[in-house]
Design a binder for this molecule. Structure first.
Ligand code: NAD
Length: 333
């Protein structure tokens, strides 16, 4: 089986290359992202493998079908970047890695929270300058405060466990509450009103797009902390910036960003930043932006490679496809 592997980074090769030999799979690594211009590179392959900031719309999937592509392999959990309905129309299975290490992402969300709360990102540079003044770095005890967890799936649950370890009270919102969890479910409005820390762990869907926007920011407590490790479009960036300017937030940690595609994962340090919102966000002393790296642990990357290659192997051997993404059942194809 030949796979066109888009958006390749050195660490992808490190984990995927040795494992692919075990499955008799031939990976062709392309550094370019998957987009309208680069889709012809998929010709001559049986499948393509893409990552979070690659995308496949209906037109591209139609072109892939003409090339005889048999499957789309996502080496990530989220699938908002692929037109699932179009893939079903062309009978092209879309396979993903539903769970690799929810703890990796939850631990990273916690790192963002602790960083913006206790200013370790700024303390690091101050002490290197031999500036031992701690003025401006006062944080908040997490113990006894309320965390609002939006989305109580795998990552949300891992986050709840960590936050409970800090002695926080947990409020949760999920349209499909998990009764086995020892948390108080509430409405999204009540969560926004009562949480001292809000952490987003829901997928990007039409319902969750801009779940954080001017109206919902208004509901939040003053001096709230907001953490987003899910998808950038959950937050309307302009409204977040307005909220920051109005000093609504004590701290904001973002591992994802609305316009991250083409920017995140790239070294653009010699370029002028032409995204005004990203430029503005990076100027706030109480905001930390990271480059969609919540997943980035050895364990998670290893598990991603293993499950992606197992998914590919199931396609090549005609085995049941465990990790296939199905379109919503009521969708009219
Ligand atoms: P999951 O499918 O296990 O859980 C998602 C939960 O969100 C489910 O319980 C679902 O019911 C809930 N949900 C659905 N619609 C909702 C809504 N409108 N409001 C609130 N909750 C809603 O997924 P997961 O593995 O926990 O991953 C969550 C998200 O994290 C993924 O969708 C992905 O976007 C993101 N993610 C980010 C990274 C990273 O590196 N930063 C890595 C992996 C996943």
């Amino acid at each position: 089986m030949k796979i066109a592997f888009y958006s390749t980074k050195p660490y992808d090769r490190t984990y995927f290359e040795p494992m692919s030999a075990e499955y008799d799979i031939d990976l062709h690594f392309f550094e370019v992202p998957c987009n309208e211009e680069t889709i012809p590179l998929a010709a001559g392959h049986d499948a393509l493998c893409i990552f979070v900031n690659d995308y496949l719309n209906e037109n591209m999937i139609g072109r892939l079908a003409e090339m005889g592509i048999k499957a789309i392999l996502l080496r990530c959990a989220g699938f908002n970047n692929v037109d699932i309905k179009a893939a079903a129309k062309y009978e092209m299975p879309v396979l993903r890695v539903p769970s690799y290490s929810p703890e990796a992402v939850a631990e990273f969300a916690t790192a963002l929270l602790l960083t913006v709360n206790r200013y370790t990102h700024r303390a690091y540079t101050r002490t290197r300058d031999f500036n031992m003044n701690i003025n401006g770095f006062m944080g908040m005890d997490l113990h006894g405060k309320t965390a609002g967890v939006v989305g109580t799936g795998r990552i949300g649950q891992a986050m709840i466990n960590i936050l409970k370890g800090f002695g926080m009270n947990i409020l949760a919102y999920d349209p499909y509450p998990n009764k086995s969890l020892d948390v108080e479910y509430t409405t999204i409005e009540q969560l926004f009103k009562n949480a001292d820390v809000i952490t987003l762990h829901c997928p990007l869907t039409p319902e969750t797009k801009h779940i954080v926007q001017a109206k919902t920011i208004e509901l939040m407590k003053d001096d709230v902390y907001l953490i987003n490790t899910s998808r950038g479009d959950l937050i309307r960036t302009e409204d977040l910036i307005d909220g920051l300017l109005q000093k609504k937030f004590a701290g904001v940690g973002l591992d994802v960003y609305e316009e991250e595609s083409g920017v995140f994962y790239e070294d653009r340090s010699n370029d002028i930043m032409d995204d005004e919102n990203l430029a503005r966000l990076t100027t706030f002393p109480n905001v930390i932006v990271t480059s969609h790296m919540g997943f980035f642990t050895r364990e998670a990357v290893c598990a991603i490679a293993e499950v992606t290659l197992k998914n590919a192997d199931a396609v090549q051997k005609g085995l049941p496809l465990e990790n296939v993404v199905l379109p919503p059942p009521d969708e009219d194809l």
